[in-house]
Design a protein around this ligand. Structure first.
Ligand SMILES: *Cc1c(COP(=O)(O)O)cnc(C)c1O
Ligand SMILES: [Zn+2]
Length: 448
């Protein structure tokens, strides 16, 4: 590149570091196959003097981009001209201060907050990423797109593809998707292909299909998606009156979110818009705990950008040798080869992060608590609360620290897990319906 551009793509591999214009469309570095990052020449971007300046846009929310909870922060993801930006009002989400749940798990009032991303148009945080990636897709003139999905990506892609009048194919693992999510992909008109395999199989196939047929890929490999997902952190700061919390707790699947969060905070710090960076806790399910294994047991680190690939390759070879397929009721994080692993290591480094894995039982119990005390969420989202409980017990998170748990998806995404949990009185917080004869006296007896 002759002249330094305002925004550009850069390979995260230090030994490669190739740069490309944002008008190019790759999903991996064409030179070394590593992940690409979006970087900015901040001198060319007019960012606000302080974060609270963004709040002025609430007053002009009748303007399309100011209404979006993503594009309201557009100077912090300035990679395409406004004319290409697509929006369906994503990011109108809520940071709920939850004192009753805080008390229940032994935290002080004002310390626990739940960021409910289920309020997005397609019911999960994925819309934050899709609005950004589809804007890029429009900028490069893409006509046809695809993704592999555990469910929510397919729902979000299908919704935005229709908005952009793009053809759309979603790949899902056979029998591995929650009903609410599958119903959305079909309802929004995506061509849905069920592959006999798990998510990791789908991920591999979709990359091959996209290369072969030149389709635009919308998995979180796509660095533009992660730019949109940074805004979840901006909205948490906004919800806390621009105060930085002590901890962000997030479920970890393909590790796009955690990667985006680390990047968001690193940039805000670099720009002098925050004075400190919160710590990050990433929570796996025990049935899909690659990150936990690699970081906590095999000591995998970002290492200034020189990640020890041998540790990763050896572990994946072991998974292959034992024909391992991940299993958890939290289908959105049922992933054993997370594509954003390396960016996530960088986020852990930036945020002095920790990683834990929680059982399905802990996840469904935590989900019941979010339902009872909060706005409800899908199983994967509740891993954040289950992880918080573990970290409180370990005294790594203190009851007086300010914590934001990300509730990544809506409670109606996966009604099967909810109904199975409650229908009999077998779990810790089961709340089964009571059967009763069609008789007023009997009904009144039951009401006491
Ligand atoms: C996609 C998804 C996740 C996993 O997020 P990653 O960014 O892939 O780690 C967690 N919860 C829900 C509800 C999701 O849809
Ligand atoms: Zn490269």
């Amino acid at each position: 590149m002759a002249e330094k551009q305002k925004a550009f793509q850069k390979c995260i591999n230090l030994d490669c570091g190739s740069e490309f214009a944002c008008t190019e469309e790759f999903f991996k570095c064409p030179k070394c196959s590593e992940l690409l990052d979006i970087q900015y020449d901040w001198d060319q971007i007019k960012t606000p003097a302080k974060l609270s300046d963004f709040a002025k846009r609430w007053a002009t929310k009748n303007q399309r981009l100011d209404f979006s909870g993503v594009w309201r922060f557009r100077e912090l993801l300035d990679f395409c001209p406004d004319e290409f930006k697509v929006s369906i009002g994503e990011g109108q989400t809520l940071l709920q201060r939850n004192d009753s749940l805080a008390e229940f798990i032994g935290m002080k009032p004002g310390c626990l907050h739940l960021q409910y991303e289920g309020l997005n148009p397609s019911g999960s945080f994925k819309d934050n990423g899709m609005t950004a990636a589809f804007s890029h897709a429009k900028m490069v003139g893409a006509k046809s797109c695809a993704c592999a999905s555990t469910g929510n990506t397919s729902a979000a892609v299908a919704l935005y593809a229709h908005l952009c009048q793009m053809k759309c194919t979603v790949f899902i693992g056979s029998g591995r998707i929650a009903f609410g999510k599958l119903s959305q992909a079909m309802d929004y008109g995506a061509k849905t292909i069920q592959i006999l395999g798990d998510f990791d199989d789908c991920m591999k196939q979709v990359q091959a299909v996209c290369t072969e047929l030149k389709l635009y890929l919308l998995n979180s490999l796509n660095p533009f998606r992660l730019e949109g997902q940074k805004t979840i952190m901006y909205r948490i700061l906004e919800g806390l009156n621009w105060e930085v919390p002590d901890w962000i707790v997030v479920p970890g699947g393909n590790l796009g979110n955690s990667s985006a969060f680390g990047k968001a905070f690193a940039e805000l710090k670099q720009l002098g818009l925050i004075d400190r960076i919160p710590r990050l806790a990433i929570i796996n399910a025990t049935g899909a705990d690659t990150l936990t294994e690699l970081v906590n047991k095999r000591n995998l680190k970002w290492n200034g950008g020189r990640v020890d690939n041998k540790i990763i390759n050896d572990f994946y070879a072991e998974l292959t040798a034992k024909k391992f397929s991940p299993h958890t009721c939290a289908s959105a994080i049922e992933i054993s080869r997370p594509v954003n692993l390396k960016k996530c290591l960088r986020a852990l480094d930036v945020c002095n992060g920790v990683v834990r894995a929680v059982t399905d039982e802990a996840i469904t119990d935590a989900k019941a608590l979010v339902g009872k005390f909060g706005l409800g969420c899908e199983p994967a989202s509740a891993a954040s609360l289950a992880g918080l409980e573990v970290l409180l017990a370990e005294k790594i998170i203190k009851p007086t620290e300010k914590v934001a748990c990300i509730l990544t998806g809506h409670c109606l995404k996966d009604p099967n897990v909810t109904v199975n949990y409650h229908k009999e009185k077998t779990s810790k917080y089961s709340n089964p319906p009571v059967e009763c004869p069609n008789d007023l006296k009997e009904i009144i007896k039951l009401m006491s």
